[in-house]
Each structure stands twice: as C-alpha cells, then as structure tokens.
Design a binder for this molecule. Structure first.
Ligand code: PNS
Length: 175
C-alpha cells in the first residue's frame, strides 16, 4: 500500500518527455495538467545515448519560451532515472499522456517500474484532445523534413525552429 497521499497544498506534477520537439499534443496535456495541479514541472530528458534533432538546451529554451507567461509552469532538464529526479525535486505525481491503446503497454510498464523505484510516485494518465491523438514528435520531424505542413500541430516557434533545421523545407508562417 502507498505510504502517503501524494497530493498536498501547492503540489507539483512532473511532465517528463524528450520533447524533440514539443508538439501541440504535449502543450494540450500540460494545460490540462495545469488545471489539476497548481504547479507543473516539465522535465526534458537529456539522454546522451539518443540522437535528438534539438539539443537539450534548445528543447528547454523552446518550451520555456512557450510558457513564459505562465509562472505555474516551469521547465528543467534531467538525466538518469525519472524516479530519482522526481524524488530529488520533491514531486509526487508524474503526468503522462495516453493517445491510443498502442501507448498503453509501454506506459503501463514504465509506470509500474517507476512505482517500484519510487513508491511515493504516482503516475496519472491524461488523454489529449482527440484532434492530437495521431500526433508524435517523430511524425512531425518526418513530415516536415519531407516538405509536408505541420501547421497547427506544433507551436509557431517550433515550426520556425524546424525551418532552421531543415532549410528550404519551411513554409512561410504568413502564408
Ligand atoms: O519522449 P517520451 O518517450 O514521451 O519520454 C520518455 C521518458 C523521458 C518519460 C522516459 O524515457 C524516462 O523517464 N526516461 C528517464 C530514464 C528512466 O527513468 N527510465 C526508466 C523508466 S521506467
């Protein structure tokens, strides 16, 4: 049985991910989370073993800029185990988005492993708006790199950053 209730006054929830790059599906979950928790900590994974399009500092900067007017939403990078990062940050809840049944198995495994590693950590699954259920960072990168439009699927700043990474593929934001 869990030792203590994770929710207290001013409770923070951590929303971890690679965010390479952040999509409107992520933003949707963050805003939903911010309706349930007074403070949300977005934790951006720094994994030197995994090649990313955007280095961790850039991913953090992009997300900080998106939420710059929302003081209840903070962004930090982390490396190592999420269970340890949550403990060190004094956070008792992890938010994860579930888009489809196909996400479930991996998420279920991860939630149980995190529970094993840190019994004080609860995982809360949230559904994004149905219009983002097909969306992933990998698809966004693939579509953009091949010249397709990702407008409305990522924040405008991310679209601009993708334009810098894939010169010649970007659409004018004013078109
Ligand atoms: O970008 P993703 O796939 O949504 O994020 C996955 C993430 C970052 C939440 C997961 O890979 C993670 O927590 N990594 C940190 C290392 C860790 O704790 N591994 C054990 C997970 S049970």
């Amino acid at each position: 049985m869990a030792k203590k209730g994770p929710l207290g006054k001013g409770e923070r929830a951590v929303y971890p991910g690679s965010f390479d790059p952040i999509t409107n599906g992520h933003v949707d979950i963050i805003l939903r989370g911010a309706r349930l928790f007074p403070r949300i900590l977005i934790a951006v994974l720094e994994n030197p073993k995994k090649a990313t399009l955007f280095p961790v500092r850039e991913r953090v900067a992009i997300i900080r800029d998106i939420f710059k007017n929302q003081p209840r939403i903070k962004v930090e990078s982390f490396h190592g185990l999420l269970a340890d990062f949550a403990r060190a940050s004094g956070v008792g809840v992890v938010i994860r988005g579930l888009r489809a049944v196909s996400d479930f198995e991996y998420e279920f495994q991860m939630a149980l492993m995190n529970q094993q590693l840190n019994p004080d950590l609860e995982t809360l699954f949230m559904m994004p708006s149905a219009r983002y259920t097909f969306l992933s960072s990998s698809l966004v990168k693939e579509v953009y790199a091949l010249g397709g439009s990702v407008r409305g699927l990522v924040p405008p700043s991310v679209e601009r950053k993708l334009g810098e990474k894939f010169p010649g593929k970007s659409e004018s934001l004013s078109s």
